[in-house]
Write a protein that binds this ligand. Sequence first.
Ligand SMILES: [Zn+2]
Ligand SMILES: [Zn+2]
Length: 585
Amino acid sequence: MGGHGRRRGSRKGGELRVASVVPDLPTFAVDEGFRYAATEQVAIGMVVRVPLGRRTVRGWVVAVEDDDITGLKPVGAVSSPTPIFDRHLLQTLRWAASYYVAPLAAVLPRAGPPNLPPSASSPPPATNAAARARAVYSIVGREAPQEVADAVSPVLEAGNSVMVILPTASEVAVQADLLRGIHGVRVLEVPPQAPQREVTAVWSEMTARPGRVVVGTHRIAFWPVAGLHLAVLVEEGRRAMKDRQTPTVHAREVIRRRAGVERFSVLYVGSVPSTSVLALGIELRRRSTRAWPPVEVIDRRADPGGFLADRTRAAIRGVLAKDGRVFVFTHRHGYAPAYRCVACKTLRRCPSCGSRPEPGETCTRCGADLGPCTSCGGRRFEALGAGVGRITEVLRQTFGEKAGPAGGDTPIWVGTERDIPRLERISLGVVVDADGLILGSAYNAGEESLRVFARLANAIPFGHGRHLMLQTSMPDHPVVSALKSGDPVPYLEEELESRRDLGLPPAGEVIVLEVSGGSKDPRAVLQQSIGDSATMFGPAERGGKLRWLIQGRDLSRTRQLMRGAVGRLREGGATVRVDVDPLDL
Ligand SMILES: [Zn+2]
Ligand SMILES: [Zn+2]
């Protein structure tokens, strides 16, 4: 302490530089990094090799300072002189490690390319701050790719760079094609399945020269980009924007943090903003009166039964007569249908929490006894939806061989959420059982279902009576009303209000912790370390794993405590999965 004068005064030709290096070991124990003697050449963000015990390991330089090198081993070799992060980006990387309860070594490589970065002829230019960094959400439907293109052009023309993040590979391809038509070689696409060599080449191009637009999935969220002035996030609320594996990083959260530190603007584009965006108070901008094409609501309480209402069958027949194509949307694997009382047609809902019950006699969300029909006491229930196979069978009873899987050559396609990206030339969309999705047992089922149905409606081009038919027994449900109106915001605001009351995300925080194997008793370890810093539910046992749900208004202290607990459990050989802000509860 207090040695600054001495260090500066005695420094000669770089002999007294100390580099802190985080070795590439997936453990919290090396988060602080180790100190090595370094030459002038070593800089923050470089990939180096360092001696550690009796081995030599790869590591990342997280700090360089003038200090006493007595007793320090030298950095072994510089693996690549091109830094993968600077101190601003490191700030966001550190935030992510802490927020997602991950070792720093698990987060740092995300800033770099899959292979070692090739040597740059010149160091990457420093990011010059945008004149006015701001964040806006533009609510658009099918015109999203054009909206993105309109935002990209002025930034490129000024010689600065843009990063565009989309949920899936097919959306990346569509957006990149549109941009290439306007900006040619200044568009750099990162197909998620591209060979590592190719991705590494794009990374170098992006970090070396400003005036480019990089288009990719959430994997590029940590990339250092020369002259970055704008990040565009398309449909930030979609599940694909978040990593499934630990650390469960969400692209929106990374970009939001980076924008604050690096001072660039963020444009969100999509038809259904997340409640997280609303909670942040981000300015909403509407491009048209409707965020998706018209939605017709078919009230299932009025028809005799079966999977398709008479009105729906008639509409399908009408489209087939005009050689049009129909997409029938139904349940994907893992989604349970809604049931109704055979006698009085009342939808079966948990009498305690209102969610749609899974098969069985108790509610999977709240554990309440489901009992008979709340309206007439009836005990027989019929499913309102089914999987693709069963719905195809039912359609074939009426329409013969005209029904088949999505993407095939039949005029009626049957499919699930997974098929939405491949929908082409659809005249009519049919949702067999909207209630099964709307009333799902997850706390955010309503918001998620609105997003799925809006996407589906947007896959059908406007005009000529094309529309989406939604079969439901709840025509007055807020999600259904939102779909009819074409405006998601009033529903989402109401939803955010109720999450605030319940302390659920985005108004509160939730972390799911799953532990399997290991020599230590996770119950004891967690109790000791996390203790009463948060509300813990569990453990529930599922497939040999113990699962806890940790909830609180603010879990920042719990996160710190969890690092110790998770570290100890992993040292004992346990497999630990930490899911921060889980999408399914
Ligand atoms: Zn319930
Ligand atoms: Zn009944």
